[in-house]
Ligand binder design. Sequence first.
Ligand code: ARG
Length: 461
Amino acid sequence: NEGALWGARFAGGPAPELVELSRSTHFDWILAPYDIAGSHAHAKALAAAGYLEPEEEQRMHEGLDAVARAVADGSLRPQPGDEDVHGALEAALIAELGPELGGRLRAGRSRNDQIATLVRMYLLDHAQVIARDILRLIDALVAQAEAHPDAILPGRTHLQHAQPVLLAHHLQAHGWPLVRELERLVDWRARAVVSPYGGGALAGSTLGLDPELVARELGLERPAENSLDGTSARDVVAEFAFISAMIGVDLSRLSEEIILWNTREFGFVTLDDGYSTGSSIMPQKKNPDIAELARGKSGRLIGNLSGLMATLKGLPLAYNRDLQEDKEPVFDSVQTLEVVLPAFTGMVATLRFDTDRMAELAPQGFSLATDVAEWLVKQRVPFRDAHEISGALVRACEEAGIGLEDASDELLSQVSSHLTPAVREVLSIEGSVASRTGAGGTAPIRVTEQRAELVARAQAA
Ligand code: ARG
């Protein structure tokens, strides 16, 4: 094979089954622009060290530009005999410049330091796209919160009615994990902007090439400190896969609620026609497929992370071919998030909330019982007793088949002499919500403050 990167020490060519197994061009071709950027940088380092004359360097850059154009316009495609993107692009460069000049570029580098660098460059670019998409989703949640400042829904624990909360508070509760994902991406970036280029196959180079120059050219902050580590560690890739999986989990939690809210039983939301799907047999159906796909794809994102971790476990230093298996899972995570996030944001932005339905359900299930207990504490009843009294009132109302707010003066005083008619001031969902003014609480004034903080944190990330 003319274009192969190795072969001289072998008696014959590789077996066809090996070629099939070994080939990675069907997934690593998307790294072609990064590979070419790496080659431009490497040509500069070779020239700076005296291995390319200025005129040769010039022609090298022109040759690489021609290869880049051919990749971009699709006229250069990987051939069946190409093992990987690196080999295919070198063969194209040699076809462009001839073996005398084209064959000089590989000095002092290896596919091992190349690939470790290129995957970082790819992820750094896509981290920006994903961060932008997350910011848009946060904006959509914040806009819905702003549009419904007074709406109250039943807050739940164990999926049971617990205490009434503001819809805005609840929506913002889905915004905060997303803010932390943005912050995680920023933290991750500090570890990702390192360039393994120059580490060679594993041990570094004898040629005196400047790794700082290469890192700078590639928009990375510094060379890897250790060539063995630089060429073989993939924790930066795994960390990215973790952040992706965590984003999937965030979306899945909200998906589950939207799916429930969209049922006839809840009736809290209506999905926009453009963001829901129909059934091939049941004409009346309007299904929350975006939420279901987001929930389903979170499983795939978790699988990508765990598959990658399993690949990395137990690998001795330094490069092993197993590491070629890092790319498909993390590329899939990137591509998955880049299609899920925009659709998900559209769905959230166009949700219509039935706030009357939410308000109707909010006081049900004795969700104001904690308010009664805390009102008693304010009357100086010990909380232990207050809890008992409020519990007894719940039981009495349950037996009478009424809500707490319907208890008569007689019933109240029968349950406890501490339960004067004044307790009714906390027996409304608005009163309950308004009184929760503690830090992070659901009182409207707190929720408005928290929204400003959420927006500021998202923008700072
Ligand atoms: N395509 C490989 C990868 O993705 C890089 C090639 C390294 N191959 C080798 N035999 N050292 O990891």
